[in-house]
Design a protein around this ligand. Structure first.
Ligand SMILES: C[S@@+](CC[C@H](N)C(=O)[O-])C[C@H]1O[C@@H](n2cnc3c(N)ncnc32)[C@H](O)[C@@H]1O
Length: 217
């Protein structure tokens, strides 16, 4: 993997190159980080894939999938992210062989009942955060990283609804932090007839991040 970051204008925005994609960032949008790059290394999209990415941020993962020839729908709740994904699509569209559609909304709300996918990706806000720990401001940063008290506030409804939109032979990828309760995370999969496997992980001083591949049982 090759990426480098160039800061511009008082660190208000920057751009970097990754997998030959030129990605601009925005102060109100999650900056691609270790979790993003861990996911990018595992997802392996192809021209055969119909992809849904939730919480696209800069759009880097969705654009990578479209660069590999997959047809992609991506979404985010953050309006700044939606604008940024459009910008990054414009910047990179010449090298995308798959289609990219961008929708604004929460989790699976942006889909119709009959839209199903064989690859679903979500790098969720997973940091266990109490209300006192919120950064505040516009609130978009908190919405990008905070997974509520135990870190699973957004991950839980994601897994609960996943089966409806994941084709029988499909796979989904998400990120789990060791700061969240593993037993509860595993139980949500079990209750929803899903099987989750750790496909990669990276350890830091106080947490381990895991990429989980989820399939139907
Ligand atoms: C950890 S960031 C990941 C961004 C990007 N996918 C990446 O890996 O760099 C989580 C993203 O999910 C978005 N998000 C948070 N809650 C969401 C929800 N309920 N539905 C859709 N997107 C959500 C945030 O706005 C943010 O862009």
């Amino acid at each position: 993997m090759l990426y480098f970051i160039t800061n511009s204008v008082e660190q208000k925005s920057s751009s970097f190159k990754c997998y030959n994609l030129e990605i601009q960032t925005h102060p109100e949008v999650y900056n691609p980080s270790e979790d993003t790059f861990l996911l990018l290394e595992e997802i392996d999209p192809s021209t055969e894939d119909s992809v849904f990415e939730i919480g696209s941020g800069t759009g880097i993962i969705a654009l990578y999938c479209a660069q590999k020839g997959a047809n992609v729908i991506c979404s985010d709740i953050n309006p700044f992210a939606i604008d940024l994904i459009k910008k990054n699509w414009e910047q990179n569209k010449n090298q995308l062989t798959g289609l990219l559609e961008i929708r604004k909304g929460s989790l699976f709300d942006v889909l119709t009942k009959d839209e199903t996918f064989n690859l679903i990706i979500f790098n969720p806000p997973y940091l266990p955060t109490s209300k006192e720990e919120y950064v505040g401001g516009s609130g978009w940063f908190d919405k990008s990283v905070s997974g509520g008290k135990n870190g699973l506030k957004i991950t839980k409804p994601f897994i609960q609804q996943l089966s409806k939109y994941l084709r029988d032979d499909g796979r989904a990828f998400t990120v789990f932090s060791s700061k969240s309760p593993r037993i509860e995370f595993n139980q949500i999969h079990k209750k929803n007839n899903l099987k989750s496997t750790i496909v990669s992980s990276q350890s830091f001083t106080d947490e381990t991040l895991e990429v989980h591949k989820i399939i139907k049982k």
